[in-house]
Design a protein around this ligand. Structure first.
Ligand code: NAD
Length: 508
């Protein structure tokens, strides 16, 4: 594996292992309260200078980083694969590919999304004729806390718009996969980011928890359980907090769907990255007339998947599980389903390799009494359920505490869009899944317990700012109509004006 700088800053350390082999790669510091205080002090000191560089010069650093990434693509992919156990392709598309695009996107679009907005004043007599402007000022020091499933995208990816907006950023990556974030720190240093503007705080939950009390805003991606703790801590610190949490994404296959495409997609979007994707297809509902054919196509597809230790491009389709305890969750969900009557058509076991692997698994005869249909499994599993019609499919899709993403598959795209609008999820794709994540101008965020706020689009960067409203009075009399001393005449005149403006005409 390519080397990463893991400068020792703290006595306590965390071991980072390769989950595909079980071998220890290196150790990183487990930072505590004092180290974090020092980091936040450095970040606060550096922020005004970074802000004053303006969009153009900040964008220059991000564009240089884009070039750096493109030139070091093999090293980036290598580091991601080694600490996550994912395949070359999973790292290439969703970590490297996403981030190399995002660096350019935010460099280009930050000035437009954060440009001053002029607000009309003519429609209110109290402020008529005044200049009114909304400006987006950086919030200060942004803390980003990330998970292990996409070590760059779900960690560093959320730092890019915060940096483009003029903030300093401290990133607390998952203790399972910190090396990719350290590589991003090295990248930005090489590309000339000023000292203290971007720092990586390696550590575990205690490090993340310490950080919340010291920064000005928290962007968190992770589980629902931790998300609730983060939200409580952010409330205590009275800082804005955005949460991107878990999901149980439903896939609805209509009788008129292109079954080949739907089956290929079901296999891919449930098994890619070993199913450790927040927006993975976690459950599938298929209309009765096409159920048997669809299941047969999915089974054919999943049976052919090559699973194993990730190597070079094209060597395997499904890699390891990144987080060892995930194996137990998957086993628990599969055995709970089987105990309640489900049938395993493919897979269904952990593999006895040196790393952490669970076989790509397809289940049928499932229902909503089973954990595999209700709780986030986060593994290479696809439970498929037969439904009478799309009404039943929508009802079951919405029978969930989660609302991250969903997909509807039909040749009638107009009807597909109508069905999509009835599914309770922050994103719904028709004849597609997951690819919306690479549309950086399309918001992505969860409903229900899947999150608060969204990434991408205008609000994906505005959330890292505080708005300041400016009201400027240029030409004005010595005394306005509403000022002291009150007089009967002027009060009546104002009353007449309000009636004229707001009280004319008929109302139903
Ligand atoms: P996790 O909640 O266990 O950990 C996430 C991060 O929080 C880690 O960096 C961890 O060290 C830190 N942390 C733990 N306790 C903390 C505390 N008390 N205060 C502050 N930080 C704390 O999640 P995970 O297992 O790393 O990630 C998997 C989960 O992430 C899944 O549920 C998945 O669906 C979700 N996820 C969501 C999205 C999304 O965009 N919605 C994307 C990727 C992953």
């Amino acid at each position: 594996m390519a080397s990463i700088t893991t400068e020792a800053k703290s006595a306590a350390t965390i071991g980072v292992e390769n989950p595909a082999t079980g071998e220890l790669i290196t150790t990183v510091p487990l930072l505590g309260a004092e180290e974090l205080r020092q980091m936040v002090t450095r970040a606060r000191k550096a922020q005004p200078g970074w802000e004053s560089l303006g969009f153009e010069n900040r964008g220059r650093v991000l564009r240089r980083a884009q070039k750096w990434m493109a030139e070091h693509s093999e090293r980036v992919i290598d580091v991601v694969c080694s600490e996550s156990g994912k395949t070359y392709e999973d790292a290439q598309i969703a970590d490297y590919g996403y981030t190399v695009a995002a660096l350019g996107f935010w460099a280009k679009h930050a000035p437009r999304y954060l440009a001053d907005e002029h607000v009309p004043s003519w429609n209110n007599p109290i402020v008529a004729g005044k200049r009114m402007v909304i400006r987006y000022a950086p919030i200060g020091v942004v803390g980003v806390i990330g998970p292990w499933n996409y070590p760059i995208t779900n960690c560093f990816g959320d730092c890019i718009p915060a940096l483009a907006a003029g903030n300093s950023v401290i990133l607390k990556p998952s203790q399972i996969t910190p090396l990719s974030s350290l590589l991003m720190e090295e990248m930005l240093r090489d590309c000339g980011i000023p000292e203290g503007v971007f720092q990586v705080a390696t550590g575990d939950g205690s490090t993340g928890s310490e950080m919340i009390g010291q920064v000005d805003c928290i962007m968190f991606t992770g589980s629902e359980v931790t998300g609730k703790k983060v939200l409580q801590a952010a409330a205590e610190a009275m800082i804005p907090c955005y949460l991107e949490l878990g999901g149980k994404d439903p896939m609805i296959v209509c009788a008129d769907a292109d079954l080949d495409r739907a089956a290929n997609a079901a296999a891919f979007y449930s098994m890619n990255n070993s199913g450790q994707v927040c927006i993975s297809v976690e459950r599938c509902y298929v209309e009765a007339p096409v159920y048997d054919t669809f299941v047969q196509k999915v089974v054919e597809n999943v049976s052919k998947l090559r699973q194993g230790r990730p190597g070079r491009a094209g060597s395997v389709d499904v890699g390891a599980l990144t987080f060892p305890p995930q194996l137990e969750t998957i086993e628990e969900h599969v055995s709970d389903a089987v105990d309640k009557g489900a049938k395993v058509l493919v897979g269904g076991h952990r593999r006895q390799d040196s790393g952490y692997f669970y076989e790509p698994t397809v289940l049928v005869d499932v229902d909503h009494s089973m954990k595999i249909m209700r709780e986030e499994t986060f593994g290479p599993t696809l439970p498929i359920m037969k439904v009478a019609d799309t009404e039943e499919a929508v009802r079951l899709a919405n029978d969930s505490p989660f609302g991250l993403q969903a997909s509807v598959w039909t040749r009638d795209t107009e009807r597909g869009e109508q069905l999509a609008r009835r599914v309770e999820a922050g994103v719904v794709c028709v004849n597609d899944a997951q690819v919306n994540y690479s549309a950086l101008n399309l918001p992505m965020g969860g409903w229900k317990t899947s999150g608060i706020g969204a990434r991408h689009g205008a609000n994906g960067i505005r959330k890292y700012t505080k708005t300041q409203s400016l009201l400027v009075t240029r030409l004005a009399p010595k005394r306005d109509l509403h000022m002291f001393p009150y007089s009967r005449l002027r009060t009546r005149a104002l009353g007449g004006l309000f009636k004229f403006l707001y009280g004319r005409g008929k109302r139903d």
